[in-house]
Ligand binder design. Sequence first.
Ligand SMILES: [Zn+2]
Length: 186
Amino acid sequence: MAKRDILIIPDTRLRLKSEPVATIGKDVRALVDDMFETMYAAPGIGLAAIQIGVPWRVVTMDLARNDEPKAPQVFINPEVTWTSDDTATYEEGCLSIPEYYEEVARPKSVKVRYLDIEGKEQEIAADGLLATCLQHEIDHTNGVLFIDYISKLKRDMIVRKFKKAQKRGEPVKPLSEDKEPSHHIG
Ligand SMILES: [Zn+2]
C-alpha cells in the first residue's frame, strides 16, 4: 500500500470522465488499498480514484466517526438509479479543493447500483450523509465538482485563488478561519 498525492484544482484531470472497471483484478485491489490509505491520511470520508489521477470508476468511503471502528466501503462502477424529489443541504468540502466549504442542495435520498470488491452487483438505498457523499463521489467519476453547484461568482473566485496559489507554488489560504475541517466530504 502507498499513500498517493491528491490532485488539487485546477488540475484538468479532475474534469475527466472516468472509465468503468471491466475486471476486478489485482490492479483494482491495489488501487483500492492505496485509495483507503490516502483517504484516511488526508483525512477524508470519501475518495474517487481520479482524485489520485486514476480515471477508473472506483470510490472508497468510510463514514465512521472518530470514536467508532473503521467502516470501509468500496463502490465500483457506482451509478445513481433513483433520486428523491426532496433535497437536503450539507456544507460540503473536497480533498481536491482544500479548505473551502459551501452549502450544496442535493436529492435527500438516492439508490445506487455498484459492484463490490468481489465483483458482485449490489444496490443500496441511502440518505443523510451517505447519500450526499455518494453523490459527491459519483460526480467525481463524471468530472463534476461540488463547486459546480454554487454561484459562478463564488466558483470563479475559488478557482482563481487556486490558480494563483499554484503559480506561487504555495498552498491556498482559506477564505475564512472559522470553518470546521470535519466537513471534508472527499
Ligand atoms: Zn471531492
